[in-house]
Design a protein around this ligand. Structure first.
Ligand SMILES: Nc1ncnc2c1ncn2[C@@H]1O[C@H](COP(=O)(O)OP(=O)(O)OP(=O)(O)O)[C@@H](O)[C@H]1O
Ligand SMILES: [Mg+2]
Length: 482
């Protein structure tokens, strides 16, 4: 039973809002069993009875609004037949469907995968960190409306899919259309009607074949980063399909651009997950740090091939990337996993700066330099810059123009500090009465004592702060090493 006749019955809902939900439930009940939710990919296509699981699947994802979007796609001929459920993930369900007569009247019957994102609030909670900080979606983040949030999410997957598909450097299903929480894309068919297998389920012939897919996955991470400006951020054996003997990347809803504040952490996570899978397949793997350098380095030493060609990159990887073999390699990966990567000193929070001067941070550039030994000194700022331990403190208001203005600067700083103490302590230290009103009157001695304490505390704090011109020198020197 095609979707269209099922949709007709939804029209009933438009006639009378009051009973909309009631009728919808009836419609759901009546037709739920017709939306085949059996596992197309694995189990035999058997007529599914309307058991509890199916109802849950249907109700959980195919809510009335989503059904209306599907109906609109059907009316427009984007999809004609809505079939079984390929997968029920925590974030979305994926269904199999056939295309209708396309917008230009073409009638080729293409197989489609329909990914329908769930609108349950819980799920999208941990999605925020992938959308936050994304320039492309800065305005669309709707704080409190989960349906809008899911729409952003589906559009994000569509746009990322489109960017990768159009780049032609990393295979991915062709994106067809996105409408609210419904994403339509090409279905990767194993050839007998079933979906192409995930990397996780693929029956590899031998170790050589496993290694070649591993090298391809490493090459794809670089191509996604360098050519598509994307970090997948959920790369694993579940989000890669082997279709017609080629690796296809899917599930890019959470993928972010390199500018995203957490892109490098997501990249490290991807590398770790990919390595974990192939290590369990008992082949030689590369250290995470080596892969990280390979992915983010602009140029590759001794590479004479085409930077857009995964074939050339795979050949280069096989010949040039050192295999992880010693306990030191593992130890180095442990350190690498714990590094707090910053792109440059400008990205450091004020409070982190002191930890930087203790060599607790590693600048990205020294990670991508080919010979780290040569650049090791860039890592530990404390070795590189002899910080005068008696470094005088400087107030933030100062322009930090350097030592010459330091002396008189100090006096003005001190004076302004005093002012600051005056006004600061007023705002910081006035106790709040229980109804949160500022206490109006306080006896004189108490006030004087409180202010003196505040001044001492600030003076103490100034003793450990790094002077602004020292910071500037740090930044300048580090930049010049680029
Ligand atoms: N275009 C496609 N062609 C064939 N199968 C697909 C396609 N897209 C997704 N699938 C199948 O559906 C599964 C889930 O898809 P996807 O990973 O995009 O959704 P998800 O919500 O992230 O699911 P999960 O939470 O399980 O990762 C995939 O692992 C794959 O088996
Ligand atoms: Mg997935």
């Amino acid at each position: 039973m095609g979707l269209s006749s099922h949709m007709e019955s939804l029209d009933l809902c438009d006639q009378n809002d009051i009973h909309r939900d009631h009728i919808n439930t009836q419609v759901m009940d009546k037709h739920a069993q017709n939306i085949k939710t059996d596992e197309l990919s694995g189990g035999k296509t058997k007529k599914t009875t309307k058991d509890k699981a199916n109802r849950a699947t249907v109700e959980n994802v195919l809510d009335p609004r989503t059904m209306r979007f599907l109906k609109a796609l059907t009316t427009r001929g984007v999809i004609s037949e809505f079939n079984g459920c390929l997968s029920t993930g925590k974030e979305a369900n994926v269904y199999h469907a056939f295309s209708g007569t396309g917008p230009n009247g073409e009638t080729e019957r293409r197989e489609l995968a329909i990914k329908i994102f769930k609108t349950s609030i819980l799920v999208f909670k941990d999605r925020e960190r992938y959308v936050d900080g994304e320039f492309r979606f800065r305005n669309s983040r709707s704080q409190h409306n989960p349906r809008k949030m899911i729409k952003v999410w589906a559009e994000k997957e569509f746009r990322n899919l489109k960017r990768i598909y159009q780049s032609k450097v990393v295979p991915t299903p062709e994106p067809v259309e996105v409408r609210s929480n419904v994403l339509v894309m090409e279905f990767l068919n194993r050839g007998d009607g079933f979906a192409s297998p995930r990397l996780k389920d693929y029956p590899f012939k031998d170790a050589a074949e496993i290694s070649s897919y591993y090298f391809t996955m490493v090459a794809y991470m670089r191509l996604l980063y360098q050519k598509c400006q994307l970090v997948h951020a959920d790369l694993s054996e579940y989000n890669a399909l082997i279709h017609e003997n080629k690796l296809y990347i899917i599930d890019v809803s959470q993928s972010v651009q390199p500018e995203h504040p957490m892109s490098l952490d997501f990249l490290r996570m991807d590398i770790k997950n990919v390595n974990g899978f192939f290590e369990r397949m008992s082949i030689d793997i590369f250290s995470e740090r080596v892969i990280f350098q390979f992915v983010i380095s602009e140029t590759l030493e001794k590479f004479a091939g085409d930077y857009s060609s995964s074939t050339d990159l795979v050949e280069y990887i096989a010949k040039n990337l050192p295999v992880k073999s010693t306990p030191e390699d593992e130890a180095e990966d442990e350190v690498f996993r714990s590094l707090h990567l910053v792109r440059n000193l400008g990205g450091l929070e004020e409070r982190d700066f002191d930890r930087f001067t203790m060599g607790k941070f590693d600048l990205l550039k020294s990670l991508i330099a080919n010979d780290n030994k040569k650049n090791a000194k860039n890592f530990t700022a404390s070795e590189q810059f002899e910080l005068s331990s008696s470094s005088e403190d400087e107030d933030d208001s100062d322009d930090g123009s350097g030592s010459e203005s330091e002396s008189d600067g100090d006096d003005s700083i001190r004076a302004s500090d005093e002012d600051e103490d005056e006004e600061g302590s007023d705002s910081d230290y006035v106790e709040k009465t229980k109804d949160n009103k500022h206490k109006k009157h306080e006896d004189k001695d108490m006030k004087k004592q409180r202010k003196d304490e505040a001044k001492d505390a600030k003076r103490e704090k100034r003793k450990t702060k790094v002077k602004k011109h020292v910071k500037k020198r740090l930044v300048k020197k580090t930049k010049s090493k680029k």
